[in-house]
Design a protein around this ligand. Sequence first.
Ligand SMILES: Nc1ncnc2c1ncn2[C@@H]1O[C@H](COP(=O)(O)OP(=O)(O)OP(=O)(O)O)[C@@H](O)[C@H]1O
Ligand SMILES: [Mg+2]
Length: 369
Amino acid sequence: MSSLKSGIDTKNKPFNALIEQIEHVATHSTDPMLLTGPTGAGKSLLARRIYELKKQRRSVEGAFIEVNCATLRGDAAMSALFGHRKGAFTGAVHDRAGLLIAANRGLLFLDEVGELGLDEQAMLLRALEEKTFLPLGADVEQCSDFQLITGTNRDLAQEVHAGKFREDLLARINLWTFRLPGLRDRREDIEPNIRYELDQFARRSGTKIAFNKEAAARFLQFATSDSATWQANFRDLGAAVTRMATLASGGRITVDIVGQEISRLRSAWSDLEPDQDHELLESVLGTDKIKSMDRFDRVQLADVLRVCSQSRCLSQAGRTLFAVSRQDKKQPNDADRLRKYLGRFGLTWAVIARDSQCATYLRRNELTA
Ligand SMILES: Nc1ncnc2c1ncn2[C@@H]1O[C@H](COP(=O)(O)OP(=O)(O)OP(=O)(O)O)[C@@H](O)[C@H]1O
Ligand SMILES: [Mg+2]
């Protein structure tokens, strides 16, 4: 078995192939790798396993240094990564070597790399290309030769477009990009992962817990259904199993406990669903105008906008929207009715269908599909 897997059988073919490729690259290359994928998909865990594998195969000698870039801000960010000299800024009372030096001959894992500031990005690029960098307040460059893995759940290409991420740095770090699938795309792996989480619980608590037969079937049925969105992926699954195991008296998880857990997960996930109507309306009307609208109008207008975005012209959208009522009219003028409806909100076909952010929003979110 590949040592990158967590000792859990995966029955998902694409995931298996992905892990095998990552393993191959990890053992044959020291080039940067970018791990992408939704939160909780296992990027951080994988980065650590890649390091362990490299260490086993002796392709890395130094330490595994991990930092979440979202925790780095301002002077502190520069100094944490690249170090500083005593007196470089107020509060710099000692020299500090920084994480790049700590990762010399080892592996640096920069998690949430999209959060890195532009100045730090520039320094990092130089450190990757030339293996040298200048600590804050220093006049002599430092050297560090490290392997780099970055992680992100953002679309870095989009960040480049938005001017928040350097294009040259992205080109340098994404030589190998691996996208980890969320749990929803690995449904066949949910069952072994439930067992794995129960084992982990037993190890932590010293209590062995099992599902009653019916309870196991009920949980698995829900866990692998479309309504289980597993928004935080392994983190959600781990938490769900931990809660059920904690509530199990006499070492058994019952149907009642499963029922409560399903409700808990459903409500947690629905709280996290983005309000797509709101985002869509905001893209054409702006926040203030939405606030002055009745809920009823908001829902109706959002649906009208969706239909418009899927239609070639005003008349086609009108035919869809008034499909029932138009049959009662001798000469239905759907386009006119729709024009008047949109006019109530100060909107025109041209604005919503072609030129506006609404069209972009609809395309981006694939609501038009
Ligand atoms: N393949 C796996 N099998 C079982 N548990 C896993 C697996 N991958 C990750 N986990 C567990 O899920 C949790 C989240 O994993 P991890 O921190 O690696 O996710 P992440 O992708 O880095 O998330 P984020 O984007 O929020 O940083 C951890 O507790 C980890 O141990
Ligand atoms: Mg992580």
